[in-house]
Write a protein that binds this ligand. Structure first.
Ligand code: 5GP
Ligand code: ZN
Length: 114
């Protein structure tokens, strides 16, 4: 999608610190990290938000979640723990409307979130 920040990162029109890529997914470090690990996992195909995920997207969403766990394992934070989050729309704090799974870890995270 022309005006989408994450589509531009996927197309290499905007630089990012990429940590994983395959045919369907890209993962890159968040520009404003909320922990020692803060990676965004995004599908290469534009989907605006979790509200726009259809039954046919089950596979890509599953891959996003499994990739988050794999990156956590690589970072050595699987056992200590981590958090994955899909912020959705205004009250969820979504600011970029290309679906992304936040992987945050490497420190003890408080709950509930603000
Ligand atoms: P949201 O608030 O939509 O759940 O998350 C958007 C995330 O994208 C934020 O954590 C923000 O720091 C990150 N972000 C915004 N602009 C950029 C950018 O240009 N590059 C990278 N790597 N992350 C970005
Ligand atoms: Zn997009």
């Amino acid at each position: 999608m022309a005006d989408c920040l994450f589509c531009k990162i996927i197309a290499r029109q905007i630089p990012a610190s990429i940590v994983y890529e395959d045919d369907r997914l890209l993962a890159f470090n968040d520009i404003n990290p909320q922990g020692p690990t803060h990676v965004l996992i995004v599908p290469k195909r534009h989907i605006a938000s979790l509200n726009d995920v259809a039954a046919g997207d089950d596979h890509i969403v599953g891959e996003m979640v499994r990739r988050a766990a794999a990156i956590a394992k690589e970072r050595g934070i699987s056992a200590s723990g981590f958090r994955v989050v899909f912020n959705t729309n205004r009250d969820g704090g979504q600011t970029v409307f290309h679906i992304h799974l936040h992987l945050i870890g490497g420190r003890s995270l408080s709950w509930p979130p603000g």
